[in-house]
Design a protein around this ligand. Structure first.
Ligand SMILES: O=C(O)CCC(=O)C(=O)O
Ligand SMILES: [Fe+2]
Length: 342
């Protein structure tokens, strides 16, 4: 059984970041997403006959045409390899808040995911902002060194979740009856504390980024984040994180400030390849994506889960990242178990 392995190289540096705004105000501006000519030559196969045929053959809920189920038997929880796979993942998560399943999606599956991401790319919401690690507004009553007052430039584009329909490859993975229990088991969460994220704009999205972009230091709103690398930039884009830097009842602002001020001694560094699935405790582990280099876009799918069945993104943050909010977000604002700063 190939186990999960988290690879990390502490102490990386963060290069400069694209600057659009200045001052400690968050200002988002929507600009049209221009179509860079893709430099890689991967074929677009959305809706291809081969995918449909193998899906029919395996049954509608089977993921053989996308996921390497021989290596990662998420469809056979009673099988011999399942328990070992979960044990390996739990060990990685306990040791550094992160676990990686290399080659979770196989090469043919990746072609389907890449075609879907490319087709949806024109509907991405591109935003530039000055943001702190909590995606909150500045609080001038706090001292200047407080992490709430530490703002970075952010630029990237999210393809919102309502661009990925039920029958498409991305949502087939997220909705698969074996996928949530497998992630929940890996995270060792009880059934009554683990749900798909109830956010029609954010439950499963693609993070699209281009040269010079990345994602500065932040905590995720949702407790657990699962990412799937679909396409890398030519270089850059390393995932850097400080495992379990805060807890649900301790913000550890001193530790957070230390990382934001450039102390990378406790920071782990991870290079994901297309097809790799990453399970990550993003609400507690401060993290960032290093700036990208080269003309090829980076696509990473983000599957989100939460501890309550009715949890969705906050209004401010949703508007910032997706450019719009739905009545759903306004109705559910503030439904959280913890009182952490967003
Ligand atoms: O793109 C990634 O690898 C993760 C980005 C991220 O941390 C986020 O969207 O919250
Ligand atoms: Fe994140």
């Amino acid at each position: 059984m190939p186990g999960a392995a988290c690879v990390f190289f502490p102490g990386s540096a963060f290069a400069g970041h694209f600057r659009k705004e200045s001052g400690a105000q968050m200002v988002d501006c929507l600009v049209s997403v221009f179509d860079l000519s893709e430099m890689d030559q991967t074929r677009a196969v959305a809706g291809s006959e081969s995918a449909a045929t193998s899906q029919e053959k395996e049954g509608a809920t089977m993921l053989h045409d996308l996921v390497d189920l021989e290596r990662y038997p998420i469809d056979r929880p009673d099988g011999a390899g399942y328990g070992q796979m979960i044990a390996d993942l739990r060990q990685s998560l306990a040791e550094d808040g992160c676990a990686v399943l290399r080659g979770f999606v196989h090469a043919e599956g990746l072609e389907q995911l890449l075609a879907e991401a490319r087709a949806a790319a024109p509907r991405a919401y591109r935003s530039f902002s000055r943001t702190n690690a909590y995606f909150s507004t500045d609080n001038p009553s706090l001292p200047p060194g407080h992490p709430v007052r530490h703002f970075f430039d952010r630029s990237n584009a999210f393809i919102p979740a309502d661009n990925f329909p039920g029958g498409g490859p991305l949502r087939r993975i997220y909705d698969d009856p074996g996928f949530l229990p497998f992630i929940r088991e890996a995270l060792d969460e009880p059934e009554n504390r683990f749900f798909r994220y109830d956010d029609p704009l954010a439950d499963v999205i693609v993070n699209m980024a281009e040269e010079g972009e990345g994602f500065p230091w932040h905590f995720d709103t949702n407790n657990h984040t699962v990412t799937l690398a679909i396409q890398n930039a030519q270089s850059g884009g390393a995932f850097e994180y400080s495992p379990m830097l805060r807890t649900s009842d301790d913000e550890n602002t001193v530790g957070v400030a230390r990382v934001l001020d450039g102390d990378l001694s406790g920071v782990h560094r991870l290079e994901l390849e297309p097809g790799d699935l990453q399970i990550f405790r993003g609400r507690y582990s401060l993290h960032r994506v290093a700036p990208l280099r080269g003309p090829r876009r980076r696509f990473v799918a983000i599957f989100s889960f939460a501890e309550r069945p009715d949890m969705c993104g906050g209004v401010e943050r949703t508007r910032q990242l997706y450019g719009r909010v739905l009545p759903h977000h306004l109705e559910r604002a503030g439904l959280r178990d913890d009182a952490l700063m967003d």
